[in-house]
Each structure stands twice: as C-alpha cells, then as structure tokens.
Design a binder for this molecule. Structure first.
Ligand code: URA
Length: 305
C-alpha cells in the first residue's frame, strides 16, 4: 500500500476507535465518508485497505459468527481497572445520523402472572409467524425468538442472530454464545435461569449491523417480551442493543457504569461478547458491568465479604 498522508491516517485511526467505542465492528465494510476523503490526497485503494488492515485478524463485527480467531471463549473475570474510560482525541468525529423513532408498544397495565408467561410469549411467537415484515427474512433459515426462563430475573439482549443461531433457531449458540454462557456462569447463574433475546430475530446478511428499518420493525416484539418476562435487570450486549433499548444512540463508554431505566426494569450496558472475543483485555471491564447487575439482583460478588 502506498504511504498515506499521516494526518489522514490519524483521522482514520480516530474513526476506528470511535466506532469501536460504539461497539460497531463492521464499519470497515462501510464506504468511507466522501467529505473526509475529499480533504486529503490519498491513493484510490489506500483508505479502505488501511481500515481493513487495521482490523484484520479481529474477525467480523458482526458479532463473532464469522470470527476465525482461535482464542478460547473463556471468561476469566479480573478485578476492574481503576478507570474504565480511555481518552480519545477525535480529529474527525463522524456524525451520527438521527434515528427514526420506532413504535414502542404500550406496557401491559398489570404484570402477567408467572404461570402465564410462557403461554404469553408463545402468543407473541405465533403472531410473528413466518415473518416477512422486513428485508431480513429473505436470507433467514430460522427465526430466532429467544431462549431461557420466561420468569427470569435477568435478561440479556444481543444484536441479532449469526450463522449458528440462524441454523439452530436459538440465540447465542456460537462462539460469542459460549463466552456469554461463561459470563453467566461467572455471575453464579446457569443459562437456563436467564432469558436471552436479540434486537432483530433474523440474521443480517454477512452478520452486518441491522439497519434502522430492520431493527425498528422487530424491536416492538422484543419490548413485549420484556414486558412479559419483567426481568429485574436487563443487560444490553453492545451498542446496537443499547441503542434500541434506550431509543437513542450514544457511545458505549458513556452508557457503561450506570443503571438506566427501560420499561420498568434496570438496564446495564456492557460489551458484546463478540467484541470481547476480539479484544479480551476488555473482559475485566465487562466483569465490572456484570457486577453492577449482580448487585442489583442481590447476587454475591465473588471475593467480597
Ligand atoms: N450475536 C448476537 O448479537 N446475538 C446472537 O444471538 C448471537 C451472536
């Protein structure tokens, strides 16, 4: 690759960090901003190649299903570092386009009785049916509704099914799922004790981030699932989950470390397990987030009296 203008190179690296901060990992497949390109003289093949080189070996963003890295999916929590916020200097902060508002279904007036929750969830599954409400249905093998206990106190929300999930019809069954299972185990729970779902129920092609149209079409069903399960704590795995649960897009760094309120439950935001597979150094930060969830649930944090 020809040498690039160092300022341009820095701008690109700032952009990479910015997207990582948001938890968006497939940015390098997206076309570069023409306004940014117009400001620099770069070889035609340069910028995209630089981006691709910068993320090579880290697997596909899309949330891990395409990842080929052989790192084991272990979750060995360490104590969090004193500060979880890294400093970034943005030469060029990408503009975040405003999101179209989505329809948030009204919450039921009264909670669904625990004994009726399984049937209530099945009614939603039946209503979704052989869905063709958004373009994602075209590439789908199996729709991935959810997995776990309809009376769970803890619910995890990911972004969307990957290849393994699409094949099996269950969320988080690939490598990212193994890591999620280990994260759940580190909290002293079993996977069967929690409820797991995604923002979209059909696999985005190539594991890309769901488009707003797709997510906005699907997320009302997720809200109704949340309303039925009524978990005490919701954990958003990654920026896409956080964005659509909160209804606004903000950098993950600002969302982590706080307890948010969503549909009457407490929301904790952490990294997506696929991101942790690519950057295992962040596991201690994720563990710090899970400890917040454990505290809210009244679970004993290991190593604390
Ligand atoms: N990534 C997700 O976000 N969800 C899954 O179900 C699997 C991988």
């Amino acid at each position: 690759m020809s040498p690039l203008d160092p300022v341009f190179q820095q701008a690109l690296l700032a952009r990479i960090r910015f997207y990582r901060e948001l938890g968006i990992a497939d940015f390098y497949r997206r076309p570069l901003d023409p306004a940014l390109l117009a400001r620099f003289t770069v070889p035609a093949s340069g910028p995209q190649a630089l981006l691709e080189a910068a993320v090579s070996g880290e697997g596909d963003g899309a949330l891990a299903q395409g990842a080929t890295a052989s790192a084991p999916a272990v979750f060995a929590p360490e104590q969090p570092a004193a500060s979880s916020v890294s400093s970034h200097i943005f030469l060029e902060e990408p503009q975040i386009p405003p999101r179209k508002p989505f329809f948030a279904p009204p919450q039921p007036a009264a909670p669904i009785a625990p004994a009726d929750r399984s049937a209530a969830l099945q009614l939603i599954r039946d209503e979704i049916g052989d869905c063709s409400r958004c373009p994602l249905h075209r590439g789908r093998n199996k729709l991935v509704f959810a997995d776990g206990d309809p009376n769970a106190r803890l619910m995890f929300v990911g972004e969307g099914p990957g290849a393994d999930e699409d094949a099996q019809g269950l969320p988080f069954v690939g490598r990212a799922g193994q890591l999620l299972n280990n994260m759940i185990a580190a909290m002293g729970l079993r996977r069967e004790q929690v409820y797991i779902a995604n923002i979209v129920k059909c696999r985005p092609p190539g594991n890309r981030t769901p488009e707003p149209e797709e997510a906005n079409t699907c997320v009302p069903f997720l809200f109704r699932q949340i309303d039925i399960v009524r978990p005490q704590v919701l954990v958003a795995l990654g920026a896409t989950a956080a964005t659509y649960l909160l209804g606004s897009r903000q950098p993950l760094a600002g969302l982590r470390g706080h307890v948010h309120a969503v549909r009457g439950t407490q929301l904790i935001v952490t990294y997506h397990p696929a991101y942790l597979l690519r950057d295992p150094r962040q596991k201690k930060e994720a563990w710090a987030d899970l400890q917040i969830a454990m505290k809210e649930l009244g679970l004993k944090v290991p190593g604390r009296a």
